[in-house]
Design a protein around this ligand. Structure first.
Ligand code: PEP
Ligand code: MN
Length: 337
């Protein structure tokens, strides 16, 4: 349930309602717009059923929120959320490009990638140090050694860094070295991990699960926000369908749907969505045209010898072509890059 206050409602009126909500064991989340304040109620709203809130002073109307996610819901928070990753802001009028290798393989590989993507205009460096591989025999990541290279690359280039975490141990290590945590598709409904990421204090990139509905994805984001961490960015990375020509199917409609249902920023990862290098640029362009707040693109100094996701990784030259291709589109949809 949300309580929409009249324009320029008095502070005393807002405080009175908040006190009542809290006295009944529910939480009140206030969202102050330029003129209108909205109070969102989280908890068992039947505890307020004896109160006719509509007749309280300065109340405009009461709106029922039927979706199970509340804090991620646009009805609770009509203004878009801006997520700061050091000095980079995701959301609002920006198009943020995150790039780097699927896996951190060596110091040289990561540093050369960091310099190349920065030169091409990327804003954040990615790199996997804990790899959730389909096969247990595939390269599993350099773990803490990889995180150290991430920090070094960040210090050398000034780029903030993001790394996927797959366990509580990984979170404990990652918070020492990186600026943003990534929860991968395979862990989107690992609710324990989501709560730990919420408690970490770092912004979180939450990838959509392989077969997750948008409703399930937003509920997953709710787990992070409910820990007091509102800095969540969603990432559409393709879903499982009957189609086999691509690794996954990019659900481009997730962009406008999320924009309608949530205030959280959404970025698109055409690398994992397609699994095919040649399709990454056109899909990136479609994501920008659809209104995505950013892109995540895998790059590698020599994709042919990459230890993971080589077929979808771009060379530095191809990454440059991609950033040049999306630049005019960003301008067209009113985003600065
Ligand atoms: C990744 O970003 O390297 C990754 C494993 O992605 P996803 O979780 O989307 O498969
Ligand atoms: Mn990958």
């Amino acid at each position: 349930m949300i309580i929409v206050m009249k324009p320029h409602a008095k502070n005393e009126s807002i405080e009175k309602i908040v006190r009542l909500i809290e006295s009944r064991g529910c939480d009140a989340h206030i969202s102050k717009g330029k003129e209108v304040t909205i109070i969102g109620v989280v908890g068992d709203k039947s505890r307020l059923s004896d109160q006719n809130l509509e007749i309280f002073e300065d109340v405009e109307k009461i709106v029922a929120v039927t979706e199970s996610y509340k804090l991620a819901n646009k009805k609770f928070h009509p203004e878009p959320t801006l997520v700061k990753v050091k000095d980079v802001t995701i959301g609002g009028g920006n198009l943020v490009i995150i790039s780097g290798p699927c896996a951190v393989e060596s110091r040289e590989q990561l540093l050369s990638t960091a310099h190349a993507i920065k030169k091409a205009g990327a804003h954040i460096l990615r790199g996997g140090a804990y790899k959730p591989r389909t096969s247990p025999y595939a390269f599993q990541g350099l773990e803490e050694e990889g995180l150290k290279y991430m920090k070094e690359a960040s210090e050398e280039t000034g780029l903030p860094v993001i790394c996927e975490v797959t366990s509580q141990n990984a979170i404990e290590a990652a918070v020492k070295y990186v600026d943003m945590l990534q929860i991968g598709a395979r862990n989107m409904q690992n609710f324990y991990l989501l709560k730990e990421a919420g408690k970490s204090g770092l912004p979180v990139l939450l990838k959509r699960g392989l077969s997750a509905t948008i409703d399930e994805w937003l509920n997953a984001s709710e787990y992070i926000i409910a820990e007091g961490n509102p800095n969540v960015v969603l990432c559409e990375r393709g879903i499982r369908t009957f189609e086999t020509a691509t690794r996954n199917t990019l659900d481009i409609s997730a962009v406008p749907v999320i924009k309608e249902k949530s205030h959280l920023p959404i970025i698109v990862d055409p690398s994992h969505a397609s699994g095919v290098r040649a399709y990454v640029k056109p899909l990136a362009m479609s994501a920008v045209a659809a209104g995505a707040d950013g892109l995540m693109i895998e790059t590698h100094p020599n994709p042919e010898v990459a230890l993971s996701d080589g077929p979808q990784s771009l060379t530095f030259e191809q990454f440059c072509e991609l950033t040049e291709a999306v630049r005019p589109l960003a301008a067209l949809v009113g985003k600065s890059i």
